[in-house]
Design a protein around this ligand. Structure first.
Ligand SMILES: Nc1ncnc2c1ncn2[C@@H]1O[C@H](COP(=O)(O)OP(=O)(O)OP(=O)(O)O)[C@@H](O)[C@H]1O
Ligand SMILES: [Mg+2]
Length: 465
């Protein structure tokens, strides 16, 4: 213990005696032998007083330090006690040195029953992370991050996610490892429920997408059937006429081959209206041919627009795409709808004509739906090419005379599954698919309202070079 007053100590003090400096006892034969003994004792007593006061001060200091230490210990104990995470501190060989209340609760044991035990004792045999893994990680001076441990507890195996790090002494030497873990049972259950809900949602979405596909396929088939109906009935009617002409011609030829005289032949020619048949045949045949060609074109369009050849990009004419979409959707569903199509031939874009055809069919379908049951119904489709800072572009605008799109809904109509149509009528996927197709073509799809009412949906694409 350091003593005060040493700085006055003369060189000749007794080196090992703490009081030697204070007493300054003269040695035999020194020059100070004559100092009065009373003064010496007063000095001794004063020195003893000082020493005592110093002892008391140090005692007070010690007690203050002790109180601070106890408070710090209490604070740490409170901290450990209030932790909901399980804390286990081990030495470098994996022996438990400290645990918190959450760990005592998890293991169903008091701290003294846990201290000193090897970490392996605390783990369930099924644990994904073993005590050996922990020690190996520690040996590599690595952290343990979010590893799954399974604790052996009285209630059975308990899975926890653990983080761990080395513990160092004040001199920076690694002395142990601190493991902090959180039970993941609840998290797991929540995650399981989330995964299940997600799976369910995905399935429902797939069903909806499938339903939308089936619905548009149904509409497509209805439209195409309607379109095919015209030329086929044309061909059918002409074929019937041809059959009748052929029957009359055969009857006439039969008389020719039978050697009928000129008067009989002239009579038969008049009765069988042979001249009329002969003059009608070329027109009837070309009508049949025309009908057959129309059927061939519709089938070709169907092939072209319904194929899903993603890789094949081609230059195509928007006029043909628009015409066929209008024919297949509007004409079959609203036969009396006045339609104007002003898309110039040769308005060319690059990409997948089938996909753009799908966009046009969706836009026309939406226009037709919007005008359902309204008095003034008109569908106007215009096409144009125009110069922009981004280069030459082509646009097709579909305008209807429906109620238009409410301003508040303008931003939402392109969202997947957004629909204002009754259940079973629309899935709300139409415009979101169109939007994606426009983007895939480096173009865009825009919605607006016409000042005189009705909606305008514009598809803008880069023009073919
Ligand atoms: N021409 C239009 N006039 C008025 N509202 C429209 C028009 N086109 C689209 N909308 C609005 O946008 C919504 C979304 O259209 P979208 O084509 O994405 O789905 P849908 O037509 O409702 O269903 P789906 O196309 O899947 O059968 C429609 O429900 C409608 O409210
Ligand atoms: Mg739609």
């Amino acid at each position: 213990m350091p003593m005060s007053g040493r700085k006055d100590t003369p060189r000749e003090q007794l080196p090992d005696s703490p009081l030697a400096g204070a007493l300054s006892l003269p040695r035999a034969g020194s020059d100070f032998g004559a100092i009065d003994a009373d003064e010496a004792w007063i000095a001794v007593i004063r020195k003893m007083d000082e020493t005592y006061a110093e002892l008391v001060r140090q005692q007070v200091e010690l007690e203050a330090k002790n109180t601070a230490l106890e408070e710090a210990q209490g604070f740490i104990a409170g901290l450990l006690g209030s932790m909901t995470d399980v804390l286990v501190a081990c030495d470098l060989s994996g022996r438990v040195e400290q645990v918190n209340l959450a760990a005592e609760r998890a293991f169903g044991l008091r701290a003294d029953a846990l201290l000193g035990r090897p970490l392996s004792d605390l783990l369930d045999p099924s644990s994904e992370t073993t005590a050996a893994d922990v020690l190996a990680t520690v040996a590599r001076r690595q952290r343990i991050a979010d590893r799954e441990f399974t604790l052996a507890t009285p209630d059975g195996p308990l899975a926890i996610a653990v983080n761990g790090a080395l513990r160092f002494d004040p001199r920076g030497r690694a002395v142990g490892i601190v493991l902090v873990g959180r039970p993941i049972g609840e998290l797991r259950a929540a995650y399981g429920a989330l995964a299940k809900a997600h799976e369910h949602l995905k399935r429902t979405q797939q069903q909806l997408v499938h339903a939308e596909k089936m619905a548009s396929l149904g509409r497509l088939v209805a439209g195409v059937a309607h379109e095919l109906n015209n030329p086929i009935s044309f061909v059918y009617g002409n074929a019937h006429a041809m059959k009748r002409y052929a029957e009359r011609l055969i009857a006439y030829l039969d008389q020719v081959h039978a050697g009928a005289d000129a008067a009989a032949l002239a009579k038969a020619r008049g009765e069988l209206r042979i001249d009329r048949a002969l003059s009608d045949i070329p027109a009837t045949l070309s009508g049949m041919l025309e009908g057959a060609e129309r059927v061939r074109d519709i089938v070709a369009d169907l092939r072209r627009f319904s194929s899903d050849r993603r890789e094949a990009r081609e230059v195509f004419d928007l006029a043909g795409v628009v015409r066929s979409a209008v024919d297949w959707v509007a004409k079959s569903q609203m036969p009396d709808l006045p339609i104007t199509v002003a898309v110039p031939e040769g308005l060319e874009a690059v990409g997948h004509p089938g996909h753009i055809h799908q966009v046009m069919m969706n836009l026309v379908q939406n226009a037709v739906d919007a005008m359902e049951g309204r008095a003034d119904r008109r569908l106007e489709i215009t096409g144009a090419r125009f110069e922009t800072p981004d280069g030459l572009q082509v646009a097709v605008r579909v305008r209807d005379t429906g109620p238009g799109i409410h301003d508040a809904l303008m931003d939402r109509i392109f969202d997947p599954f957004f629909t204002t149509k009754p259940v079973g009528k629309g899935t709300g996927l139409g415009l979101s698919i169109c939007y994606r197709i426009a983007e895939e073509h480096e173009g865009r799809l825009e919605a607006a309202n016409h000042p005189e009412g009705g909606a305008i949906l514009s598809l803008v694409l880069p023009a073919a070079p």
